[in-house]
Design a protein around this ligand. Structure first.
Ligand code: GRG
Length: 294
């Protein structure tokens, strides 16, 4: 199987599992609206980078990829909730996401807030439905809580809100991105290892990979915010400068930001040496993210 075929296969399994985890509400279901709003964003065709990483890391650690599906779905649910909340008027106030109107534009602010809450909660229900070793289910849920919470993604978003309109240093930016971007990627990689029953050495290497890839991914995102095509990206471009937010490109320029993309990617690829299984997919997948246009 080529890397693209493998990614397509993972994606298909993820889409099926997400659909199964959140079926359409029945006619007359009085709480059906919130499920409809959750489905609108969850099943709207994101790149599924995080769940793919969870499955691929499980495989790289010698596990059966599909056994990690509950963890993979859990991370994607957290990611989707964060996008819904991030797009709301009280945060980034965006009207386009994944090529469609944002959740609150369709369902209203109160329902979008609830849809995010519903996905956050469903994520833990999903993660804890992991069928292997109960200790791995518990460890997976703990990792997710740590990386998604105030020490991780929520903390990164807090730094983002606090820095708006201020002069930001590279150190502050890196701390923000460790939370906003790296944390969930790290959760996905570490949970994949956990699903396979991997040891501390693999977990440490997965964290190192996630740091390199997450930073490279964020830097590429900043480059695309300036140079990218909104139609291909499915979201508006130029948003950071429109909101007076600093990012790597505004601090370092496009060329230096792109050089750092390559440096961090190399760090990520080096970390793959620690894995016993075949890491060709992870290597090529990481490279495809660095070169992405969308
Ligand atoms: C609201 C608690 C809370 C957190 C929000 C995720 C986030 C934190 C903000 C979204 C804005 C942003 C640029 C975050 C950095 C991470 C990132 C690049 C997210 C976009 O991820 P993709 O490209 O999106 O994987 P798709 O749509 O493909 O899933």
């Amino acid at each position: 199987m080529t890397t693209q075929e493998q990614a397509a296969w993972y994606r298909q399994k993820i889409e099926e599992a997400l659909e199964q985890a959140l079926p359409a509400p029945r006619e007359g279901d009085l709480s059906g609206k919130v499920r409809e709003a959750m489905r609108y964003s969850l099943l709207s065709g994101g790149k599924r980078i995080r769940p793919i990483l969870a499955l691929a890391f499980c495989e790289a650690c010698g596990g059966e990829a599909l056994s990690a599906l509950p963890f993979a779905c859990a991370v994607e649910m957290i990611h989707t909730y964060s996008l819904i909340h991030d797009d709301m008027p009280c945060m980034d106030d965006d009207d386009l996401r994944r090529g469609r109107p944002t959740n609150h534009k369709i369902y209203g602010e109160a329902m979008a807030l609830l849809a995010g809450d519903g996905l956050l909660t469903l994520a833990f229900q999903q993660g804890l439905s992991f069928q292997g070793d109960p200790a791995a289910a518990r460890d997976g849920a703990r990792l997710l809580a740590e990386y998604a919470g105030a020490q991780g993604m929520v903390g990164g978003q807090c730094i983002d809100l606090e820095q708006e309109g201020k002069e930001v240093t590279l150190e502050i930016l890196a701390q923000m991105d460790r939370g906003k971007t790296v944390a969930l990627i790290a959760a996905a990689c570490a949970m994949g290892c956990t699903a396979a029953g991997a040891g501390e050495k693999e977990l440490q290497a997965a964290r190192q990979f996630a740091f390199g890839l997450g930073m490279a991914f964020q830097l590429r995102d900043d480059v695309l915010d300036v140079l990218g095509d909104a139609a291909k990206l499915g979201k508006n471009t130029g948003m950071d400068s429109a909101r007076d937010k600093r990012n790597y490109v505004s601090l370092l320029g496009v060329e230096e930001a792109q050089r750092l993309v390559e440096q961090y990617t190399k760090e990520a690829l080096d970390a793959l040496e620690a894995f016993p299984g075949d890491t060709t997919f992870l290597r090529e997948f990481a490279l495809s993210l660095v070169e992405r246009e969308s």
